[in-house]
Ligand binder design. Structure first.
Ligand SMILES: [Zn+2]
Length: 389
């Protein structure tokens, strides 16, 4: 059953070869045809071919579905009191993760699955069609494997983050915990995961431990990602570049050598402005990265501690207002940038052959995502050509 989407006032294709000549490839008065979940034709609405069904979006803008390349959605518990305390002056530390670990371990499978699907649906209502989901609040063999099995039921992009923090029971022997992560835990988790990740930061894992974890994951066929340089300068970005990770996320505190290494290696820098917003911290310098030629992805880092937003439109608005990204750059980073972070060629754009993942905006142009912050502009969301929100 083919579907013609027509009457598109402004279409963001993500194809630099078409339209206005920008990386976003913006077309006016456009249409596209979907068949079997895939974009089959894109062009001027006047010349659109016939299809079995048609949807006329009446001049609204259409964008590729957002690709949220960093989230932690398998959790239980609530840390709103910690947020309130932070807003009253306490500083954020990695240790708060342990509160969520305790609540997550205590939760039943059904409770975790219900919470997870609520968050994924919340994301879909805000235009997200691809989401990466990490484990990391179980930190036992059984709890990490459970988290990844649940995540794998809702996304292809699952990430084993046993190296999130050292759990309380290993506080006196972190080396034994790294052995567990790279041994039995990895064995139990690898089948449910596409990626491996570690939190390389003071208070979490040092660079040698992070290297050991990523190399162990790579040895069993997982792609590598890393949390690094969030709370201070550190060696994590250099490690990600040296290992050829797909992405290194946070990148708030960078030296010139870090920026050069990112540009030279092609490792995607994931910027997560919801974190800086929610922890009242300095934002990463997106302008410096973009000017150096680094590929930048924007993601929510949705998690109950440091960034409990599931909204890519909010991240776009923050990136534009607080990180000096042009609206077009932020739009690109929230779609094609996220796809680059996840090494996915089939999402983040609407060109022939792409997955038909898109959002219809109650707006004449994608610029409204930054121009009208906090306004629910996503009228509908479609995944593989089917309306999901
Ligand atoms: Zn994270």
């Amino acid at each position: 059953m083919s579907l013609l989407v027509t009457g598109i006032g402004e279409l963001v294709t993500g194809d630099p070869q078409v339209g206005d000549g920008s990386p976003l490839g913006v077309l006016s008065g456009a249409a596209f045809v979907v068949d079997a979940g895939t974009v089959r034709w894109v062009g001027d609405a006047v010349g659109a071919p016939a299809a079995d069904q048609a949807v006329d979006v009446a001049g609204r803008s259409v964008i590729p579905g957002f690709v949220d390349s960093h989230s932690h959605l398998v959790f239980a518990g609530d840390r709103s009191a910690e947020f309130a305390a932070r807003m009253a002056g306490e500083t954020y530390s990695a240790g708060g993760i342990r509160a969520t670990v305790a609540a997550t371990r205590a939760a039943g499978d059904e409770q975790l699955a219900a919470q997870l699907s609520r968050h994924v649906a919340e994301m879909a209502r805000q235009g997200t069609t691809t989401v990466e989901i990490k484990s990391g609040y179980g930190l036992t063999v059984a709890d990490e494997a459970r988290a990844l099995a649940l995540a794998a039921a809702v996304t292809r992009e699952t990430t084993f983050l046993g190296a999130h923090v050292v759990p309380q029971e290993y506080a006196d022997d972190p080396a034994a915990y790294v052995d567990l992560v790279t041994g039995p835990m990895l064995t139990a988790c690898a089948a449910h995961a596409r990626w491996i990740d570690a939190f390389c930061e003071v208070g979490a894992f040092d660079v040698d431990q992070a290297r050991t974890v990523l190399e162990a994951g790579r040895a069993v066929g997982l792609g590598m990602r890393l949390h690094a340089n969030q709370l201070g300068h550190g060696p994590g970005v250099q490690l990600a570049c040296e290992l050829g990770a797909a992405a290194v996320d946070h990148c708030t505190y960078l030296t010139d050598a870090d920026v050069d290494a990112l540009a030279a290696s092609g490792v995607v820098a994931g910027l997560l402005p919801g974190v800086e917003f929610s922890t009242r911290s300095p934002y990463p310098d997106a302008r410096r990265l973009l000017d150096a030629g680094v590929t930048v992805a924007l993601a929510t880092d949705c998690n109950p501690g440091s960034s409990y937003t599931s909204s890519m439109p909010l991240c776009i608005a923050l990136a534009v207002r607080e990180m000096r990204m042009a609206p077009a750059e932020a739009m690109w980073s929230a779609t094609r940038g996220g796809a680059a972070s996840l090494a996915r060629g089939d999402v983040g754009h609407l060109t022939v052959g792409a997955r038909a993942d898109f959002a219809v905006l109650e707006a004449p142009t994608y610029l409204h995502l930054a121009y009208r912050p906090g306004v629910p502009l996503v009228a509908s969301t479609w995944a593989a050509g089917r309306q999901v929100a």
